[in-house]
Design a protein around this ligand. Structure first.
Ligand SMILES: [Zn+2]
Length: 133
């Protein structure tokens, strides 16, 4: 399953990045996914659940930021967003625009960490008064 291997590699990369912050919990991972990355969002979300289960990322949400396909047209000299991937033609002039500027992305945009709750007092914090009575 294509999406499962993607999810697994994201979990590995995020775990590695998060290991620099001991005790912090990964709350959310944002992905940038181009329309041509051939990723099925529902499938990736499902695989995310599987891949994070039992890992330090368990419970973290996956946010998929979908990017439209953008091509550059030499005739017009502009970058245009195209609706479908059936034809790479400039929406302005209809010329073939095979110069892909965006659409193949599959990358981690950001990772949101939750700082661990402070469990121990910094140093020599006074005992609660009740214990001295
Ligand atoms: Zn054009």
């Amino acid at each position: 399953m294509h999406e499962l291997s993607i999810a697994t590699s994201i979990v590995e990369a995020v775990s590695e990045a998060a290991s620099a912050y001991p005790g912090a919990r990964v709350k959310q991972v944002r992905l940038r996914v181009g329309a041509l990355a051939s990723v099925i969002e529902d499938s990736l979300q499902f695989c995310w659940e599987l891949a994070t289960e039992g890992s330090p990322l368990a419970g973290a949400t996956l946010v998929i930021n979908k990017l439209p396909v953008i091509v550059h047209c030499d005739a017009c000299g502009v970058d245009s967003e195209i609706g479908g991937v059936q034809s790479f033609r400039c929406p302005r002039c209809g010329e073939l625009a095979a110069d892909l500027r965006q659409g193949r992305e599959l990358e981690i945009e950001s990772i949101e960490l939750e700082e661990p709750e402070p469990k121990q007092p910094e140093s020599g914090a006074p005992e609660p008064m009740e214990e001295h009575i």
